[in-house]
Design a protein around this ligand. Sequence first.
Ligand code: ADP
Length: 467
Amino acid sequence: MKYRKPWYNLRLRLVAWYSLLAGLSMLVSDGFMYLRFRQTLFDQIDNALEVTTIQALKNLDDEVDALMFDPRQEAPALASLLNDAGVEIYLLAQDGSLKEYFGDSLTLPTQQGLQPGFKTLVTENGRWRLYTQEILPRADRPPGWLTVARSLQPVDITLQNLLNQHLLKVPLLLGMVGLGGLFLANRALKPIGQITRIAEQVSVSGDLTQRIRYQGTTDDELERLATMFDEMLDSLQATFEHKKRFTADASHELRTPLTTLKGRLHVALSQPRTAEIYQETLQGIEQEVDRLIRLSSDLLLLSRLEQQHQDMHLELIDLSDLLAAIAEQIQPLADLQQLQFSTHIPSDLQIQGSPDHLIRLFLNLLDNAVKHTSAQGKVQLRAMVQGHCIQINVSDTGIGISPKHLPHLFERFYRVEKSRSRTIGGTGLGLAIAQEIVHRHHGAIAVQSQPGHGTTFTVTFPKYNHR
Ligand code: ADP
């Protein structure tokens, strides 16, 4: 099966967004600079045109009755104004007819709608900027117009060069930004690639021992994602191994009584027997079958408890009544074993619980206590309120449990003395079931024991809160 690599697409998308944003910001900032620069150039030209106009007006001859420049001043003053290439001066009569002209080639049409102010003209010689001012009559001098023009060609060339440079620079910079973005995206998404590879390996090979073990520089999002992924694999591996062990243990536990049964049947059938022997054999077989039934129902209960998780239906129950009823059930057993059985149960202890499961839990604990305590010993069932919790102790003065067994006591099929426990009839699932029931009630179970002196199991439940 071919796997798509979403992180790969994500990388490309990141680079595309990164380049797009960089391109847009370049466009905005360069565009702004270009427009500002262009405006400055035009402002400079307009200023120069105004200054030239003022100078040229000063050169008008006031002493004649015609519109003309003062021939005495014209040469040095106007020549200096015209030094700047591309500047032309038009002196026009009021009807627009040309009176005098200074410039290179008389390129502009002069009579086009004469109006004071600035104007931009497009001619075959390129664009021109014009400034026209009205000449008022003075003494004998008639009115007219003065137009100063300047070619925009140098400005247009400068602006075009700037634009060309910008157009060249943008793809170059975008390329660099793209490469930088790719490098950054690669660095940032490296752990995602690792996670994907490991997820692929896990799903293809089913090998749950793989881990990412990502070491980021800071506690960033990707490190947290990688850590979560590793933790998920930890818990998957633990669950998987737990199930595997459980299945192997369960098969082993089922095989032992079946092999015994088969052996007994084989011996009984190997030759004709008396009726008594057949009866004895059948009684033995019945015992083994009972064990098998107990084992399979314990297995079923355990797997149901595991599947229920949080969904177990809990109802408000009076724990005091429930414990008293269980004590009544245990009393005959204790009497049979010649044990002193005592209880201390305050009234009105209320918890949220499942009565059937709680009966099973305390019967298991009390049954174990009775089974492992010899005659004249004591078994006690005590309940008490401890802050927001209710604590129930099941203690005995029996054989006790060695400290090396205590950490494993709640494991499935764990028996302290395998052969002895089997003869007593335990399935090795009693305490595992007890622990599962306690956890489903949001409680805790613990054990304390001293070999030769006795054992105490302590169960703690949250107290029911009246609101
Ligand atoms: P079983 O069903 O075989 O009794 P459990 O899970 O109930 O299995 O108990 C596991 C082991 O813990 C038993 O094999 C037993 O040896 C030991 N055990 C349980 N309760 C006591 C007790 N009160 N005193 C001594 N040993 C105990």
